[in-house]
Design a protein around this ligand. Sequence first.
Ligand code: DGI
Ligand code: FE
Ligand code: FE
Length: 189
Amino acid sequence: MNRSEALEIVKEQLTEHRYQHTIGVMETALVLAKQHGADEKKAELSAIFHDYAKFRPKEEMKQIIIQEKMPKELLVHNTELWHAPVGAYLVKKEVGITDPDILDAIKYHTSGRPGMTVLEKVIYLADYIEPGRHFPGVDEVRELAKEDLDSALIKALQNTILFIMKKNQPVYPDTFHTYNDLTTNRRHD
Ligand code: DGI
Ligand code: FE
Ligand code: FE
């Protein structure tokens, strides 16, 4: 599937604002993929479809999580987490993308997971630092991402965890596990 076919499909699923975010993620993911040695074609398609399920009704997403035996843990956490695994499922089912690397990059783009691939890191970070993002700490992560994906990811996860905790919300275990995985591995470098 080429870029314009993919963009045409995803545009139908998104608001104009979210579509512009998707273009930003695509462009950023291509730069990061080139810099850090991820497959550029896979990075492009993963970025284009990463928020495919963002606007699905919550009830539809909940049913998919239950039917497809996704982690039950998802149901007790912020519903914002759901569009990532549900997106991977729907992109396979409705769009016909079967590449497991692309589907995993979509599936883990919100929480991360321990042992993330370079492609998964590229998509997570591109989502966080694309030019349309303006929040405290984003410039620091933009700078780190030019040098080292893991340092950038650790900072992004720290910011996310602190942000969630300041709102007194529960932190999804995979978000913590990703942070712990990256910080623990570093000690053995
Ligand atoms: O879909 P996007 O807005 O582009 O970005 P995203 O997929 O990273 O989703 C961000 C949202 O997910 C944001 O509202 C914070 C929320 N989130 C991410 N990780 C966690 C989380 N919410 C909770 N409660 N726990 C998490 O670990
Ligand atoms: Fe998202
Ligand atoms: Fe996004």
